[in-house]
Design a protein around this ligand. Structure first.
Ligand SMILES: [Zn+2]
Length: 135
């Protein structure tokens, strides 16, 4: 998948100098393609510091934040490798502060034993089913 974009495409992406469609295609590919994530990080690393940071561009678009559910699953270790790579890339390479904050927050909630959380969820589910049936 990553072969469909050249390094100059990635450069242009960082400069936001591509047609909208192409920008979107690269952003989309970046979500699922670990190789492409590494390449764009490398391309960005070779650029003059301070001109553009990858994180800056990323934040400007705000397209790529995983959902809170995804982050929760990431912390529980129940995501596929691709998704794990993406979230790591998003948080470690992009340095997304929003998601870093979500992780800190979710970690605090997830410190309860998992069985207890599941139990609580079941109870909630049962009571809402009961509630619906009464109607
Ligand atoms: Zn984020």
């Amino acid at each position: 998948m990553s072969h469909s974009f050249s390094n100059s495409d990635l450069e242009a992406f960082l400069d936001e100098a591509l047609p909208t469609e192409r920008m979107a295609a690269i952003e989309d590919a970046l979500r699922n393609d670990g190789e492409l994530q590494k390449r764009i990080t490398a391309v960005n690393g070779r650029r003059d510091a301070g001109v553009h940071s990858l994180g800056e561009i990323w934040r400007r678009h705000r397209l790529s934040c995983p959902s809170r559910e995804q982050i929760g699953s990431y912390l529980l270790g129940v995501l596929s490798d691709g998704e794990i790579d993406y979230i790591k890339f998003h948080i470690e390479s992009i340095g997304c502060r929003y998601c870093a904050a979500s992780i800190t927050d979710l970690k605090a909630h997830q410190s309860a034993p998992e069985t207890e959380v599941t139990h609580r969820r079941q109870k909630y589910f049962q009571s809402s089913v009961g509630h619906l049936r009464k109607k």
